[in-house]
Design a binder for this molecule. Structure first.
Ligand code: SF4
Length: 345
């Protein structure tokens, strides 16, 4: 059983309070207040009693900063003395993108991923995901020399966000309500949990943020090699889902992204490029984001720059919108596929 949420703790302390009180509290959590004492819109006695509830559900253990200062990675403790990681990255607009974790470890076992090697300990509750944002907000306040604005959130840290659907949905709705981050600045990255993707199609409570599906190959056997937990017939099922999604929600600002980690000799051959271009062209409004692989001491290697260049060329010549992700924070193991609890000695 998971630990009580902030709301449950509040309701057990104040069972008779009207519902607007908790909204007031939520608003205070996203303000520049540093503790319950600072929430002066609440009655003094209530502020005192709130001391029984932790102000933050995460606790800083360590922050590492990349050599160029563009990436900060925090190791945080959550309930049960478990460790998670979250990352703050400078984006091209000069503000920050944060990458949050949604689970402690991950059950999906993607072959290239350090977190996948840990297995799953538990899913995070929404407070613990939200508090990764609040942690970085407090961190920036304590570092006035840094840009103060967090403009984007990506769910690409530890865990599979759609395997923790309700808590991720609650986090998205809370961040949308209490911050200035809009839907197109939030990206949920999934390995492709088909039942949850189906749920999104009809869920009125799911806010239509950007979705990125970690495809990694449009060749079924290669995809299974990279993502062993892939569903049977994953590719045709994903294709059908993409059509349904784009028919319902696709517009100029709303597209789907396929993430594709480039693995030497595994998914980067001309045959794989052809299969990917064909797959994308059958779907339509999809962008491909190629991710140069960051070594994590597991069995794969990054594709050569020449192979990546040829891959991009093939996709672009077939009309596929393609970007190649800039690797950030690899000197502090904060890059894609590197999030695992590893303390720098
Ligand atoms: S890549 Fe993502 S889904 Fe796959 S094992 Fe790693 S954290 Fe889990």
């Amino acid at each position: 059983m998971s630990q009580p949420t902030r709301k449950q703790q509040f309701e057990s302390l104040f069972p008779k309070e009207p519902s607007f009180r908790f909204k007031q509290i939520q608003k205070g959590l996203f303000s520049d207040a540093e503790s319950w004492k600072d929430l002066t819109s609440l009655p003094a006695q209530m502020r005192e009693s709130l001391e029984a509830i932790p102000w933050m559900s995460v606790r800083k253990e360590q922050v590492l900063i990349s050599g160029n200062g563009d990436t900060h990675k925090a190791l945080l403790m959550v309930e049960g003395e478990k460790e998670i990681e979250t990352v703050l990255m400078k984006n091209p607009r000069g503000s920050w993108t944060i990458c949050v974790s949604s689970q402690i470890g991950c059950a999906m076992r993607c072959g290239f991923c350090a977190t996948g090697k840990m297995g799953l300990t538990r899913s995070l509750i929404a407070d613990e995901i939200i508090d990764q944002y609040r942690f970085w907000q407090e961190y920036l306040t304590a570092h006035p020399e840094l840009s103060q604005h967090i403009s984007n959130i990506v769910f690409m840290g530890m865990g599979e966000p759609l395997a923790n659907y309700e808590n991720v949905r609650e986090t998205l709705n809370t961040i949308l309500e209490y911050t200035d981050i809009g839907r197109t600045r939030m990206t949920v990255s999934t390995v492709g949990v088909l039942p949850r993707l189906e749920q999104i199609l009809t869920d009125d409570q799911w806010p239509h943020v950007r979705l990125a599906v970690s495809l990694h190959s449009a060749v079924a056997s290669t995809r299974k090699q990279i993502v062993p937990t892939s569903y049977d017939e994953f590719l045709p099922k994903l294709e059908a889902w993409c059509h349904a999604y784009l028919e319902k929600f696709g517009n100029r600002r709303h597209h789907l992204t396929f993430e594709y980690v480039m693995l030497k000799g595994v998914n980067d051959t001309p045959l794989h490029a052809q299969a990917l271009a064909k797959f994308v062209k059958r779907i339509g409004k999809v962008r491909v984001n190629l991710i140069p692989y960051n070594l994590t001491g597991v069995e794969f290697e990054c594709s050569t720059p020449k192979a990546i260049e040829a891959f991009v060329k093939h996709l672009k010549s077939n009309g596929v919108t393609t970007t190649t992700r800039k690797t950030m924070g690899d000197d502090i193991a904060a890059a894609c596929g590197q999030l695992i609890v590893l303390k720098k000695q």
